[in-house]
Design a protein around this ligand. Structure first.
Ligand SMILES: CC(C)(COP(=O)(O)OP(=O)(O)OC[C@H]1O[C@@H](n2cnc3c(N)ncnc32)[C@H](O)[C@@H]1OP(=O)(O)O)[C@@H](O)C(=O)NCCC(=O)NCCS
Length: 186
């Protein structure tokens, strides 16, 4: 089941984020940095983020299986000035490693894309580590394409390259949503 995240989900979201980082960025970001990620600190941060959004301008969703929250997606206004408005950004999508490849990511992405489409958004963007091959394969399977955006960010004390992906509502529109629903590669 997919539903909007609430403040009560802060702990679960923090845990999924930390476990997700540790599994996804092993071999990409420094070991000590990943081992030191704090669920408690992230819980505090998530609590503040979810409390600070009463008008729903930055929605997050969670996916539950058997009553347990196993994945989340967060979104909101784009951080980049060069993205044509009206636009939104998917800030993060994480699934507990034990639940990878069961369709939770696809379900969350479909929910977010539909939400932003209904809100009148014409451009969606996200940033992903260039070396995150699993993440990139997922985005490409759900209809996203690289848009040429590229930046270097410091994570865990090292410089890493991020690339930007875009969801082309105008170019792909409904057919990409159908591709997500059916599991066909976008
Ligand atoms: C990327 C991530 C969100 C995908 O979520 P998921 O629930 O495992 O993905 P789904 O089961 O919905 O997969 C949907 C499609 O994406 C593609 N895909 C997903 N994982 C893939 C992988 N490891 N390799 C290749 N393709 C993959 C497949 O086409 C898949 O469809 P299929 O299983 O029918 O073949 C999840 O692996 C994750 O949390 N990774 C760590 C965090 C991360 O990298 N987030 C993105 C960067 S911010």
């Amino acid at each position: 089941m997919i539903r909007r995240a609430t403040v009560a989900d802060s702990r679960a979201i923090a845990e999924i984020g930390v476990r997700g980082w540790q599994a996804a960025y092993r071999g990409i970001l420094p070991k000590g940095f990943l081992a030191g990620l704090s669920i408690a600190a992230r819980e505090t941060a998530w609590r503040a983020i979810l409390e600070a959004d009463p008008d729903g301008a930055a929605p997050a969703w969670v996916a539950e299986r058997d009553g347990a929250v196993e994945a989340f997606l967060s979104s909101g206004p784009p951080r980049d000035n060069d993205v044509p408005r009206p636009a939104a950004e998917v800030y993060a999508i994480y699934v507990l490693p034990a639940a990878w490849r069961h369709g939770l990511g696809r379900g969350l992405m479909r929910t977010a894309i539909r939400h932003w489409n209904a809100a009148g958004t014409t451009t969606l963007v996200l940033w992903v580590l260039e070396r995150n091959e699993r993440g990139r394969a997922f985005y490409e399977a759900t209809g996203w394409r690289p848009d040429g955006g590229r930046q270097t960010v410091e994570l865990g004390g090292i410089a890493t390259v991020e690339i930007r992906y875009r969801w082309y509502y105008d170019a792909v529109g409904q057919s990409a949503v159908v591709a997500i629903r059916s599991g066909r590669h976008g």
